[in-house]
Design a binder for this molecule. Structure first.
Ligand SMILES: [Fe+2]
Length: 663
């Protein structure tokens, strides 16, 4: 038996992932445990959780893998500084102490931290214990880790691979090919030319946080017009036919400064960056739309080039830019690939998973499917039995799950991610013990009753916190740590944004839809289990707008009812879809199915279980706290159901809204 722990850390979204004989046993982001969003520190608690899930101690590991090469990154930092010197001295000075203190001594640091993951708190003792570990420590290349996370868990025997992010060591995008257990990267685009950094520069300029506000730009784009697209291409970034971009670095300062853009950038857009939290104007919406359009163009061209280079009709993607699900949706509709699979933890957290799988398949040369591991995944647990769709790349046989007579055929692929339900789970007895000590009244239902109970609440317009099964790995909540509601309600979007999430009113919500019914409600008939694809609401479900409504601009479009499911229909009729299959998440599927039977609608609203700035909840304590702080009506903790009306007042010493930095 070979056990490998993969780690990503020290940039943003630190994570750990444990792989045993090629099977992903556990993966989690550090932020969920420390409650610090995008926590970049060594993933001590995530590593501890992974070891616990596998039932081992750190001594029993065979390999520890780190997702990138710190020395190469240092090399880039140094070389870039020398290129721009003396400008950039301040940012160089700012980054140096961390490099000198920690990053350059990574092997020692990792060993010490792993001893801490084993339970040794004292720094000196941990250092000593760390030296004794017999496992081998390996470092991967940043984009190879992304590529491994994209290809190895994918359902494809062979595929083209595209990785796109801000920057790794030097690479900012790469094109590769995966075949069996081998990955070859064919080409890369290098720093400082970077599609991810270009997008982040606009995120910064529009007044949002880099490395977390990119999603807001994507959400804001449909309110705007692409009026700056030509100017951007003319002055800032040339998009070539092969999708590579060449940036004009006179307008950016990320290479040498602490800011993303500079005064020259301000001049061409006639003003300074928007101050964060100030009013969002039509200018930001137009900027968002413009950079989104250019990103889509570059991604489509990159994909076309990857197809030309590899001549393969399947594509896998990872890297932070692969979270741009609007572009992904276009890629599926308009690109040259028949099938697309995107790593749900596409950002740097997924690098932990990538390096662990790369050690198993590339370093140890192990094949990708192992017959003795065959099984089908239920809520992240392995169930032995005939494997669906194994070996990789074989279509899953049609299934008919619906309790009613309607014959439904579902086709899709089995991948190696277990639905991305790779985090901790809480037993009912653990939850009950917590609720009892907290004096929180609850009602316990049987597993069979639960879907009906939750569906009834949903149909009454109630908003429910749902905490069940193993926590998701990756930035999206997929029904294990989600807040859910009725999408048919016109008020649901603003209620959820303002009273539950405490976030900007423009932000759209995503639908979870039964896979069997997705084509009836959306312009999509494809698996999107990780909410990575955007498609339009089906034409027959849309509501025709009056001439007056059509004439509206920007944010005034927000409150128009645009379809039968307005809460999840964005202003351009698009929706970020999660398709739900019963074999991957049975309880979630059954809740939506029960809602469908009551209302005829197989769609619910799904948003992550957190408030703005807070990492998604992990433990029952986190969920209860979030439930009590917001205007959610019910909380479901496995089979225990809490009604807000029955809960005692919770006195908090300080205003909890100061607890999380706004993202
Ligand atoms: Fe990355």
């Amino acid at each position: 038996m070979t056990t490998i722990l993969g780690i990503s850390a020290f940039y943003h979204d630190s994570a750990a992932c444990l792989v045993r004989d090629g099977e992903i046993i556990a993966a989690a982001q550090e932020e969920r445990f420390t409650r610090v969003k995008h926590d970049h520190n060594f993933p001590l608690l995530a590593a501890r959780y992974c070891l616990k899930e596998a039932g081992i101690t750190a001594e029993q590991l065979d390999f520890v893998g780190f997702y990138d090469k710190p020395l190469l990154k240092f090399d880039r930092l140094l070389e870039t500084y020398l290129d721009y010197a003396p400008s950039g001295f301040r940012s160089f000075l700012k980054s140096m102490p961390l490099w000198m203190k920690e990053k350059l001594w990574m092997p020692d640091l990792i060993r010490t931290e792993m001893a801490k993951a084993n339970g040794i708190d004292d720094e000196r003792a941990a250092k000593k214990a760390g030296k004794k570990f017999e496992w081998k420590l390996l470092f991967g290349d940043h984009h190879e880790s992304h590529a491994a996370s994209a290809f190895y868990p994918s359902p494809f025997e062979e595929a083209a691979i595209l990785t796109i992010d801000g920057v790794g060591e030097w690479a900012t995008s790469s094109i590769g090919i995966g075949k069996g257990n081998e990955i070859t990267l064919l080409k890369e685009l290098r720093f400082p030319d970077s599609l991810g950094l270009l997008y982040s520069a606009f995120t910064y300029y529009a007044g949002f946080k880099v490395n977390s506000g990119e999603y807001k730009i994507m959400g804001l784009a449909p309110y705007g017009e692409p009026k700056y697209a030509a100017l951007i291409k003319d002055k800032l970034a040339e998009v070539r036919d092969d999708g590579s971009i060449r940036m004009n670095h006179e307008y950016f300062s990320y290479s040498q400064g602490l800011r993303m853009t500079n005064r020259a950038f301000d001049r061409i857009f006639e003003g300074p960056p928007r101050r964060s939290e100030s009013k969002i104007t039509q200018r930001e919406m137009d900027l968002a739309r413009s950079i989104q359009v250019i990103t889509e163009e570059a991604m489509l061209k990159m994909a076309a080039h990857a197809h030309k280079e590899t001549e393969i009709k399947k594509l896998c993607m990872a890297g932070g830019v692969a979270l741009n699900c609007v572009a992904n949706g276009r890629l599926l509709r308009e690109g040259p690939f028949d099938d697309i699979w995107i790593q749900p933890a596409a950002g740097d957290a997924g690098g932990a998973l990538g390096i662990a799988l790369a050690i198993w398949h590339r370093y140890l040369g192990k094949p990708r499917t192992s017959p003795e591991k065959a099984g089908t995944w239920v809520n992240g647990k392995s169930v032995r039995g005939p494997r669906r769709g194994s070996p990789a790349g074989v279509l899953v046989p049609p299934v008919n799950y619906a309790p009613d007579a309607r014959a439904i055929t579902v086709q899709g692929y089995a991948d190696g991610m277990k639905g991305s339900y790779l985090g901790p789970q809480n037993s009912v007895s653990e939850i009950e013990a917590f609720l009892q000590t907290s004096n929180a009244p609850y009602k316990k239902y049987s597993r069979e009753q639960l879907p009906e109970v939750v569906a009834q609440f949903l149909s009454e317009g109630k908003i429910i916190g749902l905490h069940q099964g193993r926590m998701e790995f990756g930035p999206r909540a997929l029904g294990a740590r989600s807040i859910i509601g009725d999408p048919r309600s016109s008020e649901m979007q603003s209620v959820m944004n303002l009273k539950i999430k405490y976030r900007e009113s423009f932000r759209p919500f995503a639908p979870s839809v039964l896979r069997e019914h997705v084509a009836d409600w959306f312009e999509l008939d494809y698996d999107s289990p990780y909410m990575m694809l955007v498609a339009d609401v089906a034409a027959e479900r849309r509501r025709q707008m009056s001439d007056e409504e059509k004439g509206l601009f920007g944010i005034s479009k927000l409150n128009i009812k645009r379809s039968e499911i307005p809460a999840v229909t964005h202003v351009d009729y698009s929706a970020r879809i999660q398709t739900v299959r019963r074999d991957t998440n049975p309880l979630y599927w059954e809740i939506i199915e029960a809602f469908r039977q009551k209302t005829g609608c197989p769609v619910i609203v799904n948003t992550s279980f957190n408030v703005r700035g807070e990492p998604i909840v992990c433990t029952p304590e986190d969920s209860y706290r979030c439930f009590m702080r917001t205007e959610m009506d019910y909380l479901v903790l496995e089979t225990c159901v809490l009604d807000k009306k029955d809960q005692p007042e919770i006195a908090e010493k300080t205003d909890w809204r100061n607890e999380f930095k706004l993202d």
